[in-house]
Design a protein around this ligand. Structure first.
Ligand code: HPA
Length: 275
């Protein structure tokens, strides 16, 4: 049995009679959302088959299982980054584990730097598409046919209906939700001003070091994906200095808005699927 199948069984068993339907990934400085999960049960990553430790400050490293507006959800409080030196194909593992457990929806969150002057720090940006600048993919290697096809269609990386629900949830909760294209850089160094000028020409609105590998893994195994970035800074060259401290501080300040949006999204989702 593959390690993600073992983890899937473990997660499903921990959920009792209601396997998780959706998973949420919480990015840097955004962990506090997990506090709003009802009947929460925490499982440290170290106790889950195939889940490696996470090594970045601001990322907790546990799976939180519980309910949100009557839906059973699994929340990854902390994520793995390629720059930590993980084998790139291992980044698919948690997503496949949650898929095996029953999730068919992924709501991803992250911190990002803005390239767009109309999207200032402290705002939320829904991802409408992405650019993979790293040349890496969690699907590199022998294809796992059990999970999905060799060649994955990425024409709708971020599901158009879920985008509509996020937009509607933002309107219902009175939140400003910007939209744009996210560009994945490997990191861990921040970008140079020249890179940011180039990325702007390529059509990026925000830049970050995460999200895209999980989106690719999730699309490969047929999950629908939605993603929201908390804009924590202007990208290199558009503001004086960049630091992870700023990412965490502004991420923490933006987290309540994000929690409101996620909650509104699941409230809507629960309502629509029970109609
Ligand atoms: N660049 C890359 N990753 C980031 C940034 C940034 O400016 N801000 C938060 N995560």
């Amino acid at each position: 049995m593959k390690s993600y199948e073992k983890a899937g069984i473990q997660i499903r068993e921990a959920c009792g009679s209601r396997p998780p339907e959706a998973c949420i990934i919480l990015g840097s400085g955004l962990s506090s959302f997990a506090d709003s999960i009802e009947n929460a049960q925490q499982i440290p990553y170290a106790k889950i088959e195939g889940f490696e430790a996470v090594g970045v400050e601001g990322h907790s490293g546990q799976l939180v299982l519980g309910d949100l507006h009557g839906r059973s959800i699994a929340c990854l409080q902390g994520r793995w980054h390629a720059y930590e030196g993980h084998n790139i194909s291992d980044l698919a593992n948690p997503i496949r584990s949650l898929r095996s457990a029953g999730c068919d929806l992924l709501l991803s969150t992250c911190a990002a730097g803005s390239l767009n002057e109309s999207i200032p720090p402290g705002n939320l940006m829904m991802l409408t598409d992405h650019i993979n600048w790293t040349g890496l993919s969690p699907l590199i290697g022998v294809n796992d046919d059990q999970m999905g096809p060799r060649f994955t269609d990425m024409s709708q990386a971020y599901d158009i209906d879920l985008q509509g629900h996020l937009r509607a949830a933002a309107a219902e909760t009175g939140l400003k939700l910007h939209e744009g294209v996210y560009l994945w850089c490997l990191g861990p160094s921040f970008e140079t001003p020249a890179e940011i000028r180039a990325f702007k020409i390529l059509g990026a609105d925000a830049v970050g070091m995460s999200t895209v590998p999980e989106t690719i893994a999730a699309r490969h195994c047929g999950m629908k994906v939605a993603a929201v970035a908390a804009i924590t800074n202007y990208a290199a060259g558009l503001q004086a200095n960049l630091s992870h401290e700023q990412t965490l501080t502004v991420g923490n300040e933006t987290a309540p808005q994000l929690a409101k949006l996620i909650s509104g999204f699941f409230k809507r989702w629960g309502r629509l699927s029970s109609e």
